[in-house]
Write a protein that binds this ligand. Structure first.
Ligand code: UD1
Ligand code: MG
Length: 245
């Protein structure tokens, strides 16, 4: 396999933490939560990490400055997850290998699951594999829409979903494995046509499918791994899970 890159989204403010500290800088057992994501990526064979920073960019960058395998890209305005990845384009121009896209606020991700996501992408020569998980607690999450044969069709955000789609229990974890050139070509076609007028990274999957590329959703994650930290209560919960591991 060629060099594996990870793009880690960490530009958001994390309003619900009720703190001036950027969300990904909040500590779990004395380490900023984003470091757990970096560890999981390294454990899956990632050799290059690009962290997208925005809110509190200087602070996050200073915090991670001793990680020599980490680069930073600035997203000045937070116009959506797709927009965040667009900021990485200049740094990715020559990349040919697989790219993981991850969020900096999911410290419970396991290396083995990221490896499984990469294996799925490689073995099916897929342009994109959406990492999914099964859960009844699907509130607020993007749903995985499949056809009658079980083939992936697209991801629909809750606020854009029909009633029938809201009932779907397979959700988007926000972790993806892309082929780098396919990711870049899909980003060029993204439009902010949704309820929030944001550039949704999730739309890249349907765009690549429409381009005739192989796109899959693979339930390689346990829902716990994908749990994003949004509140102080969730931060404590994650600390408890990590200390049990
Ligand atoms: C996203 C997915 C949703 C999925 C969920 C999993 C989209 C449109 N939706 O929703 O399908 O179920 O994650 O948790 O992608 N970020 C930036 N810059 C931005 C916007 C976001 O860096 O402009 C970062 C945030 O800091 C965060 C991550 O991207 O780390 C995810 O963003 P968030 O706003 O939490 O996405 P969701 O609405 O939860
Ligand atoms: Mg979120």
């Amino acid at each position: 396999m060629s060099e594996v890159t990870a793009i880690i989204l960490a530009a958001g403010k994390g309003t619900r933490m009720k703190s001036e500290l950027p969300k990904v800088a909040h500590e779990i057992s004395g380490r900023p939560m984003i470091e757990y994501v970096l560890d999981a990526a390294r454990g899956a064979g990632v050799s290059r990490m690009i962290v997208v920073v925005g809110y509190g960019a200087d602070e996050v960058q200073a915090l991670l400055s001793h990680h020599t395998d980490v680069e930073f890209v600035l997203q000045e305005e937070q116009l959506g997850t797709g927009h965040a990845v667009m900021m990485v384009e200049p740094a990715m121009k020559n990349a040919q290998g697989p790219v993981l896209v991850l969020a900096g606020d999911t410290p419970l991700l396991k290396s083995t699951s990221l490896q499984a996501l990469l294996d799925e992408q490689q073995s099916h020569a897929a342009a994109c594999v959406v990492g999914s998980a099964m859960t009844k607690n699907n509130k607020g999450l993007g749903r995985i829409v499949r056809d009658e044969s079980g083939n992936f069709i697209r991801i629909v955000e809750e606020r854009d979903a029909s009633e029938a789609q809201r009932a779907i229990q397979e959700i988007n974890t926000g972790c993806y494995a892309f082929r780098a050139p396919d990711l870049l070509s899909a980003l060029k076609k993204l439009k902010p046509e949704n309820d929030q007028a944001e550039y949704y990274l999730t739309d890249c999957a349907a765009i690549l499918l429409a381009d005739g590329k192989a796109v899959r959703a693979a339930p390689v994650f346990a829902i716990e791994e994908a749990m994003g930290v949004n509140t102080r209560e969730q931060l404590q919960e994650v600390e408890r899970v990590l200390s049990e591991r």
